[in-house]
Design a protein around this ligand. Structure first.
Ligand SMILES: [Zn+2]
Ligand SMILES: [Zn+2]
Length: 389
C-alpha cells in the first residue's frame, strides 16, 4: 500500500510499504477514507519530539471502512463506516474503567520512554512517535485498529465523511477542554489558538452553556473563522499591547472565568519572555515555548479554571505562584475521545455541531507532503489539510 512516512526532520515522503495485517484477534483493518493533519504532528516533523524512526507512518486523525476483523471483534463488521479516536484503548484496565481513556495502561508497548519523562506511560497513539507506542499511522491506504470494539465508532448513514472526520481528535479534544472548565451560566471563556482544536473548544464552550467565548490568534483568517463559524469574539494578539489587559477590559475588570490553551509548545507571542523561550528552544536547552500558557495563567480571573489542551514536553519559568495565589484550578489531558464520541455524534446529527469547515484544503495521499507544508506554514488560510487515499 501507499503511506506517508517520516524520514527525518522535515522529510516526509509517500512510499510503498507492506499492508497491515490482523495481529491480535481483537484487531480490525480499515481502508482509510479520510485523514487529516494535526498541529501536534508538527512537533516531531520539526524535530522537537524524539523517538521517531525513519520509515514511520504518521497520522492519527482518521476514518474509514472496515475491511477485515479479527475473530474476537463483536461490535464492528466488514463494510462498517467508522471514525476512530487517536488514542488506542483496551477497555479493560483501571483507567479505561474510569473513563480516563488516553491513560489506558495496556496499549503502549514501549512504556520505558514515557516512564522516564512522565513517571507512568500514557496510552498508545497511531503514528505518533515510539514513546507513544510506535503504532503505524493513518496517512495510508489501510491501517490496523487494535481493540476495534472500543475504538471504532459507527457513522450514521446520513452524515458526510467531512462532518465526522474531526470526531477522531480535534472535536473531542476541544470538547474535553470546554468540559474541564465546569462552565456556569453567564460564564466567559477565552481560548488561545483558533486552529482545529481551538475552534472546536469554542463551539463546545457554547454547547456547554458559556455566554461569551473570546478567541485569541494572530492569523486573520482563523480569527474570521472563529467569528463566522463558531461565534467567538476575536482578538488578534499581535495587534494589542497586552493580552492580559485586553481581556481584563473585555470582562469588566475581572478576567475570563476559564482559559483554554489550544496552542501548546510551539506558541508564538511577543515580548521578552517569548524571545527568551525561542532562543532556548533553538539551542535545544528546553523543548517548549510556552507564551500562550503563561498568558492564560495571568489573564484568568481569580478562582478560575485553566484548561490545557496544547501539547507540552518540558517547560521552565512556569508561574506556579500565580496559579497557587490566585486559586486557579488546572485541568489537562490528552483527549479522552471514547468518553465524548457518542455525545459529539449526537450533536452532529442534530446539526448543533458541524466540524466540516475545518477541512479547508484537500489533497490526495500522494500529495500529502505538500499538504503538510501548506498546513505548517498556515498558508492560504489552511486550518486542516485533509487527505483522501
Ligand atoms: Zn491530533
Ligand atoms: Zn485500558
Amino acid at each position: 500500500m501507499r503511506a506517508l512516512c517520516w524520514n527525518g526532520v522535515n522529510d516526509l515522503r509517500v512510499e510503498t510499504v507492506p499492508d497491515p495485517e490482523i495481529v491480535n484477534p481483537h484487531d480490525a483493518i480499515l481502508r482509510v477514507t479520510l485523514s487529516t493533519t494535526c498541529g501536534s504532528d508538527l512537533h516531531f516533523i520539526d524535530g522537537y519530539l524524539p523517538t521517531m524512526k525513519a520509515g514511520d507512518i504518521i497520522g492519527h486523525e482518521f476514518m474509514g471502512e472496515v475491511v477485515e476483523v479479527g475473530r474476537d471483534v463483536k461490535k464492528v463488521k466488514k463494510g462498517d463506516r467508522v471514525v476512530v479516536p487517536s488514542f488506542i484503548v483496551c477497555g479493560e484496565c483501571w483507567y479505561c474503567g474510569h473513563e480516563l481513556w488516553s491513560l489506558c495502561d495496556n496499549t503502549n508497548p514501549k512504556p520505558g520512554y514515557q516512564q522516564v519523562a512522565f513517571g507512568y506511560p500514557t496510552a498508545g497513539i497511531y503514528g505518533y512517535t515510539h514513546a507513544f507506542g510506535g503504532y503505524a499511522g493513518a496517512h495510508a491506504q489501510f491501517v490496523r485498529v487494535p481493540h476495534a470494539d472500543n475504538d471504532c465508532f459507527l457513522v450514521p448513514p446520513n452524515l458526510r465523511d467531512e462532518q465526522v472526520l474531526f470526531l477522531s481528535d480535534a472535536a473531542p479534544t476541544g470538547y474535553m477542554g470546554a468540559d474541564f472548565c465546569d462552565i456556569q451560566p453567564g460564564a466567559t471563556v477565552a481560548v488561545w489558538g483558533a486552529g482545529g482544536v481551538g475552534l472546536m473548544a469554542i463551539r463546545s464552550a457554547y454547547l456547554l452553556g458559556a455566554e461569551r467565548v473570546i478567541a485569541l490568534d494572530r492569523f486573520p483568517e482563523r480569527l474570521a473563522m472563529a467569528e463566522r463559524f463558531v461565534g467567538a469574539e476575536a482578538v488578534d494578539y499581535s495587534q494589542v499591547e497586552s493580552v492580559v489587559d485586553t481581556l481584563r477590559e473585555m470582562t469588566g475588570g475581572r478576567g475570563p472565568d476559564a482559559c483554554i490553551d489550544a496552542v501548546g509548545m510551539e506558541a508564538h507571542g511577543t515580548g521578552p519572555a517569548y524571545a527568551y523561550d525561542r532562543t532556548k528552544q533553538a539551542l535545544h536547552l528546553h523543548t517548549d515555548r510556552s507564551q500562550a500558557l503563561r498568558e492564560a495563567i495571568l489573564a484568568c480571573r481569580k478562582g478560575g479554571t485553566l484548561s490545557v489542551l496544547g501539547v507540552y514536553g518540558l517547560m521552565d519559568k512556569f508561574p506556579l505562584g500565580a496559579i497557587m495565589n490566585k486559586g486557579l484550578t488546572l485541568r489537562t489531558a490528552q483527549q479522552h475521545g471514547q468518553k465524548y464520541l457518542h455525545r459529539l455524534m449526537e450533536h452532529v446529527v442534530k446539526r448543533e455541531l458541524d466540524p466540516s469547515f475545518l477541512a479547508t484544503h484537500r489533497f490526495s495521499l500522494e500529495d500529502a507532503p505538500k499538504g503538510y507544508e501548506l498546513f505548517k506554514k498556515k498558508e492560504d488560510g489552511c486550518v486542516r489539510a485533509v487527505f483522501t487515499s
